[in-house]
Design a protein. Structure first.
Length: 226
């Protein structure tokens, strides 16, 4: 039997607009991203605050967002591996790499070997166990976040997590171990021989091969990058 509404009744019929908006917590450093405004257009309530870990907290999911250029640069500096390790504090986490329609993910022009990028992506998936989503642009990223927000769950995650404090040597070792095929022992050998990441990435292939053999091909990064 169909429900019949009394159009003369003063009782207001609830619509989607009357329902409370879902809240998404975003790190304040994402204010310059278009993702936040896209989410507002999708009807979400946005709260900017300082997040020690991740860029977006959506229900029980922690999301780290990188543009293609940021992903590439953070792969060779000290940031991304540390961020991936910090994400391990959350059961559900995602890495979004944004802008694959706008920028080349494997640009040889910037001095990074495309195979090293592929190896690093595999390491994120297989070693760190973090799913990766590739999006076209900010609007596409927002649509993925919307899907996450709309999934049915009663659980939420705590924002009270800590940044992982690593000394300089530990940070360098984590970065090296992020490359496919580079384990703790190989990373330690490289650091003992070359001391810094800049020295490793800029070392001649024959010097690297003396230390780690064929694995040296992973670090085909030109000196011009530095």
């Amino acid at each position: 039997m169909k429900t019949i509404y009394n159009i003369f009744s003063r009782e207001k019929i609830k619509t989607k607009r009357d329902l409370p908006k879902q809240k998404i917590t975003i790190d304040y450093r994402e204010k310059n991203s278009l993702v936040a405004s896209e989410l507002v257009n999708h009807g979400f309530e946005i709260e900017f605050r300082e997040l020690k870990v991740a860029d977006y907290i959506v229900k029980d999911v922690a999301i780290e967002r990188k543009t293609v250029s940021d992903f590439t640069s953070s792969m060779i500096n000290r940031r991304l591996i540390k961020q991936l390790e910090e994400l391990q504090q959350y059961k559900n986490k995602l890495l979004i790499i944004e802008g694959i329609d706008e920028q080349e993910l494997y640009p040889e022009a910037n001095g990074v070997n495309p195979q090293a990028v592929r190896g690093f992506l595999l390491s994120i998936l297989l070693k760190h166990k973090i799913p990766i989503i590739f999006t076209k642009d900010a609007g596409d990223t927002a649509k993925f976040i919307q899907v996450v927000a709309n999934k049915k769950t009663n659980s939420e995650i705590s924002l009270n997590v800590n940044k992982k404090t690593l000394n300089k040597k530990e940070q360098m070792q984590f970065i090296l171990e992020g490359f496919s095929g580079i384990g703790p022992s190989t990373a330690k050998k490289l650091l003992q021989r070359f001391s810094t990441l800049q020295n490793i990435f800029g070392a001649p292939q024959d010097e690297l091969k003396k230390v780690i053999g064929k694995k040296a091909e992973i670090f085909l990064i030109t000196e011009s990058e530095y």
